[in-house]
Design a protein around this ligand. Structure first.
Ligand SMILES: Cc1cc2nc3c(=O)[nH]c(=O)nc-3n(C[C@H](O)[C@H](O)[C@H](O)COP(=O)(O)OP(=O)(O)OC[C@H]3O[C@@H](n4cnc5c(N)ncnc54)[C@H](O)[C@@H]3O)c2cc1C
Length: 378
């Protein structure tokens, strides 16, 4: 019998397949669309990898994230991590509290620079934040490739014997006493255990097991703009605007453009009714922000849509389904890509009976309390 079945082969499922096969486990993975499709959350060029986080718990996890990316680079022979440095901007009266970041990094001895507006402008003249903005610069922030990183984990898993089936939709997961039956659009399979990494589609797959996971799915939008002086933008760190609305962006990465987006700015959708088309209001908001806080912004070149799947507390899920120990769920809560290679390993641990981190269990107020007030601004 197959040791492990994996439902959903985005970055999380592909990471679980990669790490499980490295441990010698037999794996069958199912993806409803073609591998590398652009209807979920793991496509396009770049994602942010950083130490700067709002709790000591997440900062602690970022060490495993960096180590796992290094392991993936060693295993694949491909350079995947581009260190650029990262700057978090806290404008006057910012909605996000800078001290949650500084105190969390202090706990783990992570060094950073606190910069005022003049120091920022001196180092990176294209940044024009308002007077009174305080910024945190952390040198180790990096860019990791979304589509390439995911495809690399799929390739390595297949090279170690994983059977990855795309255009194969899982229709039902039926836990038994010593195995799990997985009913798909291409037949029925049995495995000892199953890991569900279906992001926006997770709740519908798990509900028949008697466990409701309240998730909010939003359709986000990333945009690439041309630049009057690409060389100046090649030298900037990746950046995050820590206010409401919150924005983030990247230096030039493989092309003389800047990619930027709003965090949690998209309309609520489902995995199946997302529009996939440009949202002019979101674009106008982003453009207005960029032209105010950056110099030398050129034309809008292209935009893409991408799904966020948010838990109310914006914490991950890395947990078996209570009462169904053979079914494990993994959710990155719309900030999981940086952790993907490490997340895959943690998911396999949990699936094999390892301890569940209480912060990421399904059995927590952010999941079970219907009155829990959602907070995504972290
Ligand atoms: C615009 C944007 C920017 C982001 N930026 C960052 C960042 O800078 N840093 C960071 O760390 N994170 C970032 N994230 C979050 C990160 O990308 C996600 O947390 C991560 O990609 C989620 O991966 P996943 O594998 O869980 O989801 P997905 O890639 O969506 O994979 C789930 C897969 O399951 C499949 N599936 C669903 N149901 C079924 C079924 N019934 N049968 C078979 N297959 C099924 C889907 O088709 C899909 O391929 C960003 C996300 C977005 C959208």
């Amino acid at each position: 019998m197959t040791d492990l079945a994996i439902v959903g082969l985005g970055s999380m499922g592909s990471a679980a397949a990669w790490t499980a096969t490295k441990r010698g486990l037999s794996v069958v993975g199912f993806e409803q669309f073609e591998l590398g499709h652009e209807r979920g959350a793991s496509h396009d060029t770049s994602r942010i990898l950083r130490h700067s986080y709002h709790t000591p718990h997440y900062v602690g996890l970022t060490f495993a994230a960096y180590d796992a990316w290094a392991e993936l680079e060693a295993d694949s022979g491909i350079s995947l991590v581009t260190q650029t440095g990262g700057i978090d901007f806290f404008p006057p009266d910012a909605a996000i509290d800078m001290s949650t970041y500084t105190s969390s990094m202090d706990v783990h001895g992570i060094t950073y620079d606190v910069l005022d507006v003049d120091q920022v402008r001196e180092r990176w003249p294209v940044f024009t934040p308002p007077e009174g903005t305080v910024s945190l610069y952390q040198a180790r922030s990096s860019i990791v490739p979304a589509a390439l990183g995911t495809a690399t984990m799929q390739r390595l898993a297949r090279e170690r014997g994983a059977e990855l089936l795309d255009r194969t939709k899982v229709e039902a997961i039926i836990p038994g006493t010593d195995s799990v039956t997985i009913v798909t659009s291409a037949g029925t399979y049995t495995a000892e255990r199953v890991i569900v990494t279906a992001d926006a589609w997770t709740a519908d797959l798990i509900r028949p097991l008697g466990w409701d996971i309240p998730l909010t799915v939003t359709e986000e939008q990333i945009t690439y703009v041309s630049l009057h002086d690409p060389a100046a933008y090649a030298r900037i760190p990746l950046w995050i605007w820590m206010d409401d609305p919150s924005f983030y962006g990247f230096p030039c990465y493989g092309e003389p453009t800047m990619k930027a987006a709003e965090d949690c700015g998209g309309p609520e959708v489902t995995g199946d009714n997302r529009s996939g088309v440009l949202d002019p209001q979101m674009l106008a908001r982003l453009e207005g922000f960029l032209r105010t806080n950056f110099s030398g912004i050129g034309d809008v070149l292209r935009s893409k849509r991408c799904l966020y799947t948010l838990t109310a507390d914006r914490d991950f899920v890395l947990s078996t389904v209570p009462g169904h120990e053979r079914v494990t769920v993994g959710l990155g809560a719309a900030h999981g890509f940086k952790f993907a290679p490490a997340f895959g390993d943690m998911l396999v641990d949990v699936a094999l009976g390892g301890d569940i981190d209480p912060v990421f269990t399904l059995d927590r107020p952010g999941i079970t309390d219907p009155n829990y007030e959602a907070n995504w601004l972290v």
